[in-house]
Design a protein around this ligand. Structure first.
Ligand code: PXG
Length: 458
């Protein structure tokens, strides 16, 4: 076995990481994660860390699940790979499609498999435009999305997403044309003097304003995450989604719920759209579909679009080598069987999310915390210099990074977006593990307050 230093040297010599400043990483050395069990990961130098982020929002059932590994092994021995092009299919892909029909809302009976969430959103973009061609309205090709939304990192994903730094790196002509953005429903950061309810309505009505600006006859679809994940765990006010649904219905545009993070129990319902009571035409999924054990994504296609594609579509010129990968599908089938057998979603809703909420609320009393919000097993705190006013630290973001690093030192993975700190732990986390998580958050907050005072930020 190599030493940590060897791993770090080789890592910075050869490995280009996603979303990483390589000079900074090289100066510091990567954290080398070597194994994991339950809700804990272990590093090459022996640190045990509570994984408050489920890997990257994906390891829903926790690490070390023998059944998932057995499913992969068994399937690889039997049929490690075959494609679903050219009129072929494989049992695991068919079985997974059948189970997804059962666990998704009633309008969904069909799925297109991909290797990731980004590919699923690529598929979405192509299918939305294909639908309107088939419907005889090819001029309907504009897709509306939100600033600071995240829909993946392929060109289509980055274009659909509203991450300005990603758009900048695509360059002026780099994004997929025909995608426009409206503001996000981020009340704490952008709500001004409005109440959350008023602000939710205002943001939702931006969709209608944008539709009228573009021209209703040109708008194809709207896409959004039920709760924005990577953008900083933006939980919309209660007024937001019902108003969006009203507008989508009024103009007859297609509606995609990007459930890559919110899907499979994260909110306490199977899908985030069910939590918020919306009726999308598409669900983008990935991550917890296989608990992250093997890469797989998918796009659930609602009856309105599926019927058009199947009955009038002819060939849809789209697909990936790994669409419906047998081993990935077999793991996803085993994953969803465990979800059902252990009643994972029900447990989140009735037991563990209410417990997390009761403990998370305590953080609101901390002097650094301007807001402590949570929904299901998603929870965030906003770090602020003066908790009486909704105003961020200057410079913004540094206190968040300090706090994130303090968490890691204290044995907790917590994610930071600017000065919003958040968690999305495995759905199987226990009460005592939540207690441990909270005590690590409080210790890290206290250390962050000391640091902020020393820096003169407080
Ligand atoms: N949609 C949403 C809502 C996502 O969160 C994707 C699409 C893309 O999925 P793939 O499998 O192509 O990565 C995601 C991915 C973060 C972070 O920093 C979040 C994601 C990926 C990487 C980092 O929180 N989400």
């Amino acid at each position: 076995m190599r030493t940590t230093e060897e791993w770090q040297r080789l890592d910075s010599a050869h490995y280009l990481h996603p979303f990483t400043d390589h000079q900074a990483l090289s100066a510091k050395g990567a954290r080398i994660v070597t194994r994991a069990e339950g809700v804990y990961v272990y590093t090459s130098d022996g640190q045990k860390i509570l994984d408050g982020m489920s890997g990257l929002w994906c390891v829903a059932l926790g690490y070390g699940r023998q059944e998932l590994c057995d499913a992969a092994y068994k399937q690889m021995m039997e049929l490690p790979y075959y494609n679903s092009f050219f009129q072929s299919s494989t049992p695991p892909a068919i079985e997974l499609a059948r189970i997804l029909d059962e666990v998704t809302p009633p309008q969904f009976g069909h799925v297109f498999f991909t290797g990731s969430g980004s590919e699923a959103n690529d598929t979405l973009l192509r299918l939305v435009r294909r639908y309107w061609q088939l419907a005889g309205n090819p001029e309907r090709n504009v897709i509306i999305s939100r600033w600071n939304g995240y829909h993946g990192s392929t060109v289509a994903g980055a274009s659909l997403g509203g991450m300005k730094p990603m758009h900048e790196q695509l360059g002026p002509d780099g994004a997929v044309p025909g995608i426009v953005h409206i503001n996000q429903p981020y009340w704490f950061g952008e709500g001004g003097d409005l109440s959350p309810a008023e602000f939710g309505l205002k943001c939702a009505r931006e969709l209608e304003e944008k539709i009228l600006e573009v021209g209703p006859e040109r708008v194809a679809a709207f896409i959004g995450e039920p709760v924005q994940g990577a953008g900083g765990l933006v939980i919309p006010p209660e007024t937001y989604w019902p108003e969006i649904q009203r507008i989508v219905d009024k103009y007859g545009i297609l509606f995609a719920s990007d459930e890559v993070i919110c899907g499979f129990g994260r909110t306490g319902e199977w899908f985030g759209c069910e939590y918020f009571g919306t009726r999308p035409d598409f669900l983008t999924m990935a991550k917890a579909l296989s608990s992250g054990y093997l890469p797989i994504g998918g796009l659930m296609v609602g009856d309105r679009v599926a019927r058009m594609l199947i009955e009038r579509g002819g060939e849809f010129f789209h697909g990936f080598t790994y669409s419906g990968h047998p081993a990935a599908c077999a793991v996803a089938v085993a994953n969803l069987e465990i979800f059902r057998r252990e009643r994972v979603v029900e447990r989140v809703k009735n037991e563990i999310a209410p417990y997390l909420a009761s403990r998370w609320r305590e953080l609101a009393d901390h002097p650094l915390v301007g807001e402590a919000r949570c929904l299901g097993l998603l929870a965030a705190i906003e770090l602020v210099p003066d908790k009486r006013i909704r105003r961020f630290f200057e410079p913004r973001g540094e206190v968040g990074i300090f706090m994130r690093d303090a968490c890691t030192r204290n044995g907790l993975v917590m994610r930071a977006t600017r000065d919003t700190l958040f968690i999305a732990p495995p759905l199987v986390i226990s009460r005592s593990e939540i207690d441990e998580l909270l005590s690590k958050v409080v210790r890290s907050l206290d250390e962050t307050a000391v640091h902020a005072r020393a820096k003169g930020w407080l």
